[in-house]
Design a protein around this ligand. Structure first.
Ligand SMILES: [Zn+2]
Ligand SMILES: [Zn+2]
Ligand SMILES: [Zn+2]
Length: 637
């Protein structure tokens, strides 16, 4: 198996150095249960003193006098218009101050001014918000900070937010010690820029694409509310459980609307709200004032996330971020565990995971609750997703166990009390969570703005990681007949049919492997290495050619119904004209035409056929829109 985890040798190298690696993998494979594998690994890491002993990072340095003088130095540089040097001084001043002190808020606010003058509006806004949220900034100056935040937001095109900041600015004017006349003038100026924002907002609204409200075709499924009523679960020989149509499904029909069980920002992005129920992509977010490692769109999301478990995660965030493996999956695993722990309490959590046994699960009802419902927000539904645990090689399994040992250890350091008799089971549950996420989590993307004018060739950047238990029910095909639609950065995922799906046939999504682009051999390799299955889709069985080698012309060889030949031929000519005349960005206005053309070909032409694939691509692209053109590629160290 291909190893793609960071720092994979982190644990084994250290054991090798102390000459202890020896028969670890053999010993591990002798362990009868996940529970005993975890305990074995834990004892090993303990014996070799590989666990951290305290939460302390570097010794904190707090020096208010020095910090004040550094800020004053910064002010002198600021006056001399040497903004970069000033910002640097303010940063030094920040390192020397306690985040709960006034001098911290002052240095932060001054740095925001320096950033503003350098045209770094995002940083300006981040610092301004950080100073405001600290509640330590002198109230007579607060109006100024809101004014600056408003200006920065206006420069970033965030007109609605700017308007709000200006409004707050005006309410804080009375606390200032300006003279009545200055105050009057200031007020007029702010009201003017606020009005300007109002106008700009109207322009923005006119040009903005909006996503329509989507509805599941046929309504909600009785047992699986995130799926359409027109589908059911069935077993098949090659693929196990899958989703099948109980009626004819047409291109454009919505077949699934799912919310993630758990989600979080991808890598170190600073532009995504960390709160599980939000995940909004926005620039200049609010930093957690304690760990500085996670971001929120507002105080409300911050408070909710604290309740959901960030208060336990916050002191150990820097440790979780430095654990080897796939960092963002480790973070997500921790979030998942804490969410469940806070909702159920340790006792109930323990009994649920202790009772869970993969061998007892009936493959067709796997993940359903006691009353026969499959719901994405249910712990057990997510927990019982496939994780390929018995197909994972021993070295990888050992690695996951080590990560789980570390994570549980961090939690106990942060104050969570876990009775010794629970440790094995709770630890093994973390290993399972890690492996479920490793196999099933999906990236959420935003489009990169530099190429957004070419909708057919849009690049996208992952910004979040998500787990959709209901969407995980769909099997893969290298020729997907359903695809994700709507705003691609949306937390709620909508899946739409892109091809006709006759009653009785299976609905397939893609795990990112498509027959148009990749040849059979490479597709089979990825399916096997990454997802541990063999692909039995039609293009794989019949070895369809890739896009470049595909049949372009209509002939007696690929026409299924000879009486339709003339109609199909003339429609094909029309389609070619359409594709030359209509620009990709306008395809969305011609979806009904595209649906009817693909249906005609589906019924009358043998695939693979170039025009069918062209039409399919147009439909898929037209279904996904992106209104977010702003993306921050800046990442905090
Ligand atoms: Zn939020
Ligand atoms: Zn924090
Ligand atoms: Zn395939």
């Amino acid at each position: 198996m291909e190893i793609q985890y960071d720092n994979f040798l982190h644990y084994s190298t250290r054991l090798l150095m102390s000459d202890a690696l020896g028969d670890i993998y053999v010993e591990l494979s002798k362990q009868k249960s996940a529970n005993s594998r975890f305990m074995f690994t834990r004892a090993l890491l303990r014996k070799h003193k590989m666990l951290v002993t305290t939460l302390d990072v570097d010794i904190e340095y707090n020096h208010p006098i020095l910090s004040t003088s550094l800020r004053q130095n910064g002010n002198a540089f600021f006056k001399a218009k040497l903004y970069a040097v000033a910002a640097d001084m303010y940063t030094k001043s920040l390192t020397g101050s306690d985040p709960s002190a006034e001098c911290y808020a002052l240095a932060m606010a001054n740095r925001s001014a320096a950033h503003f003058h350098m045209g770094q509006y995002e940083h300006c806004l981040e610092d301004a918000r950080c100073a405001l949220v600290s509640d330590n900034y002198p109230s007579k100056l607060t109006y100024k900070l809101y004014e600056r935040a408003g200006h920065a937001e206006r420069m970033l095109g965030l007109f609605e937010r700017a308007k709000e900041s200006y409004a707050v600015c005006l309410t804080r004017l009375d606390e200032s010690d300006m003279s009545a006349e200055t105050k009057r003038k200031f007020k007029v100026a702010i009201e003017m820029v606020a009005a300007e924002c109002e106008e700009l907002m109207a322009v923005q609204k006119r040009t903005m694409k909006t996503s329509a409200v989507e509805h599941l075709v046929g309504g909600k499924n009785k047992n699986i509310p995130a799926l359409s009523a027109f589908v059911e679960l069935k077993m098949s020989k090659n693929m196990g459980r899958g989703v099948f149509a109980t009626r004819d499904i047409n291109p454009g029909d919505v077949v699934a609307i799912d919310e993630p069980y758990i989600c979080g920002p991808f890598s170190n992005t600073t532009s995504v709200c960390h709160y599980n129920g939000c995940l909004k992509f926005e620039i200049a977010l609010l930093r957690c004032p304690k760990c500085f490692l996670v971001y929120y769109c507002n105080k409300d999301c911050m408070n909710k996330d604290y309740k959901d478990g960030h208060h336990l995660e916050c002191p150990i965030m820097h440790l979780i971020k430095s654990t080897p493996g796939i960092t963002k999956i480790n973070q997500l695993a921790m979030k998942w565990f804490l969410k469940a722990y806070i909702k159920m309490g340790l006792k109930k959590y323990y009994s649920i995971v202790d009772n869970f046994s993969e061998s007892k699960i009936d493959p067709i009802t796997r993940g359903f609750d006691e009353i026969g419902q499959y719901k994405s927000d249910n712990f057990l539904t997510a927990y019982s997703l496939d994780c390929n645990e018995n197909k994972i090689s021993m070295d990888v399994l050992f690695f996951f166990n080590c990560i789980a040992v570390d994570m549980l250890h961090y939690l106990t350091l942060s104050g969570l009390i876990i009775p010794e008799c629970y440790i094995g089971t709770v630890g093994a549950s973390l290993v399972r969570i890690l492996t479920v996420l490793d196999l099933n989590s999906r990236k959420l993307n935003v489009n990169a703005p530099s190429v957004s004018y070419r909708i057919d060739r849009q690049l996208s950047t992952p910004f979040a990681l998500t787990l959709y238990p209901t969407i995980s029910l769909f099997n893969h095909s290298c020729d997907a007949n359903i695809k994700r639609s709507g705003e691609i950065s949306d937390r709620i995922r909508v899946m739409k049919a892109v091809q006709p799906i006759p009653k009785g046939t299976q609905l397939y999504c893609t795990y990112g492997i498509m027959f148009h682009i990749h040849d059979k051999e490479s597709r089979q390799r990825v399916c096997n290495d990454r997802f541990n299955f063999k692909c039995y889709c039609e293009p794989c069985i019949k070895n369809w050619p890739t896009f470049l080698c595909m049949e372009i012309k209509l002939s007696t060889l690929n026409i299924l119904n000879s009486s339709m030949e003339d109609t199909v031929a003339s429609e094909c000519i029309k389609f070619v004209e359409f594709s030359e005349l209509v620009e990709p960005k306008d395809h969305v206005q011609h979806l009904n035409y595209l649906y009817s053309f693909i249906k005609l070909l589906y019924a009358n032409v043998r695939r693979p056929f170039r025009l069918y694939e062209d039409c399919l691509k147009m439909i898929s692209n037209a279904h996904s829109i992106s209104t977010k053109n702003t993306i921050s590629l800046y990442e905090h160290p």
